[in-house]
Design a binder for this molecule. Structure first.
Ligand code: SF4
Ligand code: SF4
Length: 426
């Protein structure tokens, strides 16, 4: 069983500087819904004063795991690690009904199997009139202890998902990279994977796409099932090892942050050294492009009125807070001819997607989505860009019904358009 280390909990000096960064505190204005309050609960559990039940369980469940509290903390509290421990412990709490744990596990196990997930998505669309377009059937929601479902079934993409195993570089060769295709992302956003490959090719990289990668383990690790997360991570590493590459390029913030933290996931196990070696190669696609120097795209993009294309950028939590990647995507976007980036107020506040949070905590997720959509609309942008599949799907749902449509894209898709890349399948 995962357990807290006292010294990590005691690092919190109760200064409260993290409170205003925390989306649930911003919405609730309640100490128990803040990072400081949650750390206090963790400490009380670690010292045996309380157990994970009742309100303590509720406040931990309501945490988005967005890690916005981490960069705000002057004391260096590793909140992301602490919440993973709290989740793993609370999943095994006697106060958690067994059927909830089993249903959650089933849901996660389905999501990390691309073929099964794609099949279920198609069945869901066939039954959509009966499901009312909902992402979760009501009986499954009840099993999970959820009383309303706000997430809608995501559309079935038209872009083919399967990629070749090797793509040659275009122009002068600069190196060789491997690309993570992801589990949920490969089903819902194959166009983002195609754009990633195309952009890397245009930047002179040979791209390899190891087959049967599976999942990086992030969904399980973030939701209280670290053992399963480790099993998935071991499989993923085995698919990439043995290929000499300059970097393992990832276009999904949640996956990238977990893969960069494999050292911690495998701490005190025989795989620790191997995990650290693997993590050292992992790069977010925007981080990688900014580091190697992105080749200037030539094709100007135009807005609806034939003038410049106005876009805004939402910081995916696991990119900004967990990986510290904020400026690189903005630099890359600003380098695209005739694209104007308008800053989004509260760009770093979570949109409410947070993995499967929008399925499990629908009310808070919907409040945060409304907050985000209002701010996106106020920018007047024609497109919002973000670097995580969960945010892409959730923002698309929030923006779908607006009278003036706002496109939701990964930055790499916009860049691919500016290269006029035929390889994207567009
Ligand atoms: S992870 Fe996010 S929601 Fe949870 S305490 Fe930190 S800032 Fe708040
Ligand atoms: S900012 Fe850090 S030290 Fe201060 S209350 Fe929050 S977690 Fe604790």
């Amino acid at each position: 069983m995962y357990s807290f280390r006292q010294e990590e909990l005691l690092q919190c000096i109760h200064c409260g500087l993290c409170l205003q960064a925390c989306p649930t505190y911003l919405e609730e204005g309640n100490e128990a819904s803040s990072p400081r309050g949650r750390i206090y609960l963790m400490r009380a559990v670690a010292e045996g004063r309380i157990e994970w039940r009742g309100k303590a369980l509720t406040h931990i469940d309501q945490c988005l795991g967005c890690r916005a509290c981490e960069p705000a903390c002057p004391s260096g509290v590793a909140y992301g690690h602490l919440i993973e421990i709290a989740r793993a412990q609370s999943e095994h709490s006697p106060a958690r009904p067994r059927r909830q744990r089993v249903a959650k596990r089933l849901l996660l196990n389905l999501m990390v199997r691309p073929a099964a997930f794609a099949f279920t998505l198609r069945i869901g669309h066939l039954l959509s009139p009966l499901l009312g377009g909902r992402a979760l059937p009501v009986p499954l929601a009840r099993l999970l202890g959820v009383h309303s479902v706000v997430a809608q079934l995501p559309p079935i993409p038209r872009t083919p998902g399967r990629l070749s195993s090797v793509y040659p570089p275009l122009g002068e060769r600069r190196g060789r990279v491997a690309v993570l295709t992801g589990c949920v992302a490969s089903v819902l956003f194959p166009q983002v994977n195609r754009a990633t490959v195309a952009v890397l090719q245009h930047n002179g990289f040979e791209v390899i796409v190891p087959p049967r990668q599976g999942c990086c383990g992030a969904l399980h690790v973030h939701n209280g099932f670290p053992e399963e997360g480790r099993r998935l991570a071991l499989h993923l590493m085995s698919r990439f090892e043995g290929e000499p590459v300059d970097a393992i390029v990832v276009n999904a913030a949640g996956c990238g942050s977990t893969m960069k933290e494999y050292g911690r996931l495998f701490e005190c196990t025989p795989h620790a050294e191997r995990a650290c070696a693997f993590s050292s190669k992992v790069k977010d696609v925007m981080e990688f492009l900014a580091e190697v120097g992105v080749r200037a795209p030539q094709r100007p993009l135009v807005g609806r009125d034939g003038k410049e294309l106005v876009v805004t950028y939402h910081d995916a939590c696991h990119l900004a807070h967990a990986q510290g990647i904020r400026q690189q995507p903005r630099e890359v976007i600003r380098g695209i001819p005739r694209v104007r980036l308008v800053e989004l107020p509260e760009a770093e506040v979570c949109c409410g997607s947070a993995g499967i949070y929008n399925l499990l905590q629908p009310e808070m997720a919907a409040r945060l989505l409304r907050r985000k959509v209002d701010r996106i609309v106020a920018t007047g942008a024609e497109a919002v860009l973000t670097g995580n599949p969960g945010c892409l799907a959730w923002l698309a749902q929030g923006l779908r019904t607006l009278p003036r449509p706002v496109e939701v894209l990964h930055p790499v898709e916009l860049l691919s358009r500016a290269y006029d890349a035929p390889h994207t399948g567009r």
